[in-house]
Design a protein. Structure first.
Length: 426
């Protein structure tokens, strides 16, 4: 019955919109890793293309001890965490710096909900020290979570559990941890160019419309201006700009200082010029084209995606406005996000409050490039890589997404397959 209704919608809507242009004029037809690393097609001047390309080196450079990395760090290069600008490996068992790019947040429970630093660790477990050997042994275990669809089809999910040695005197019952995978670096400049007013207009913190969805903005510090701005980058929308996100990664994950983050009186280890080139490399890179969008199974899957409520948060279409970068201005894009915080339920809560984001709240992850794989690691999903498939990621949705998850589970096996085929086409 649902498929019949969707077919009618499909016939009535026609094929007027090109759903393949995820990044508007920044959509790239280049194969493989080139789509998200080299300049977008609408970067037409040689000067701007050279500027974008100049950021490739600092992004993939392996920084040495002499250049300031560490003394403790997660990775010694941006590209070590973001393989070919995609995700990074979750393997916490490797003894080499190439083993894992996961950030492991750690803290002590407190009365105000904001985890306090742990002695010797701070707020993040540094996996390596300057000699490039593992600083702390961290074991990642998986707990099975079994379930079944209403039609009787069984499924098995997994939930992560970390094991590591705490400093003497630290009560393990007070410790909270959170694994954060490195996300793909797709459409960063376009996401920054979505006006604050647009994001705010999508929010409904008190659920005034009664649809069960109360998306909120995360107001975060802008470290350069000293003001607060709308957060949009990171799993909890902790940074307002590509520049600040990049500088925070240099500092927190690699131990390299910039003019934005520097805990000493010495000269920054990453110059403003280098940071600028890296930021432009990310902002002006292409967005992969969605595939087979005019094929009937994909179109049917897209309509089901909308009808069951997924697009209430994963907004299909947004518009950009940029005064600094003409390539990013006035673009009609399909990022499949509202960039808002949503309560995703107890199952995905990590116990970390960050600015106004609670432990169970996560920014809606953009879905563009979801089925675009540059490495095997791109096939792990959610903030901690617990989902081995897109289907598992959907089944972990709770809280404000419970209705959409329930609707997905109530679909027939054929309809579920159509939704998943559509998502893999992005």
């Amino acid at each position: 019955m649902v498929i019949f209704v969707v077919l009618l919608l499909f016939v009535n809507l026609g094929q007027s919109q090109d759903f393949s242009l995820l990044g508007g004029e920044l959509t790239s037809d280049l194969p493989g890793r080139h789509a998200i690393q080299v300049a977008a097609p609408n970067v037409v001047t040689q000067e701007r293309r050279d500027l974008q390309l100049s950021g490739f080196t600092p992004f993939h450079q392996i920084f040495s001890r002499e250049e300031g990395v560490g003394p403790k760090f997660t990775s010694s290069s941006c590209g070590g965490c973001h393989i070919e600008n995609g995700k990074g490996p979750l393997d916490l068992e490797s003894k080499r710096t190439t083993g894992s790019s996961a950030v492991i947040k750690i803290g002590l429970r407190s009365s105000n909900g904001f985890p306090r630093p742990v002695r010797r660790f701070g707020n993040q477990i540094p996996l390596f020290k300057r000699s490039n050997i593992r600083k702390y042994k961290v074991e990642l275990l998986w707990e099975k979570v079994e379930g079944r669809y209403p039609d009787g089809t069984r499924y098995s999910l997994r939930k992560p559990k970390l094991s590591f040695k705490l400093p003497l005197g630290v009560n393990p019952k007070r410790v909270v941890t959170s694994i954060r995978m490195s996300p793909p670096m797709i459409g960063m400049g376009l996401l920054e160019s979505i006006p604050d007013e647009t994001i705010i207009s999508l929010s409904d913190p008190f659920d005034l419309n009664g649809d069960g969805i109360s998306g909120r903005i995360n107001l975060v510090p802008d470290v350069e201006s000293g003001s607060t701005k709308v957060g949009r980058f990171g799993f909890k929308a902790l940074h307002p700009s590509v520049r600040q996100q990049s500088a925070a990664a240099f500092f927190g994950d690699m131990g390299l200082t910039t003019s934005l983050f520097n805990n000493s009186n010495t000269e920054a280890e990453i110059s403003d010029e280098t940071l600028f080139r890296l930021v432009m490399y990310l902002k002006l890179a292409g967005v992969p084209r969605a595939r087979l969008q005019n094929e009937q199974p994909i179109a049917l899957g897209r309509e089901l995606f909308q009808s069951i409520g997924c697009s209430d948060c994963h907004k299909l279409q947004l518009n950009t406005s940029s005064s600094n970068d003409p390539e990013l201005d006035s673009q009609n894009i399909l990022p499949y996000t509202d960039l808002l915080l949503h309560d995703m339920g107890k199952g995905l809560s990590d116990g970390f409050n960050e600015f106004s984001a609670k432990g169970s709240e996560w920014r809606t992850t953009p879905l563009w490039g979801l089925g675009y794989s540059v490495a095997d690691v791109d096939r792990l999903f959610l903030h901690d890589g617990r989902a081995r498939t897109i289907e598992e990621a959907i089944l972990w949705h709770g809280g404000e997404a419970s209705r959409a998850r329930r609707n997905f589970k109530q679909l027939s096996a054929v309809e579920r397959a159509l939704v998943l085929e559509f998502l893999r086409s992005l």
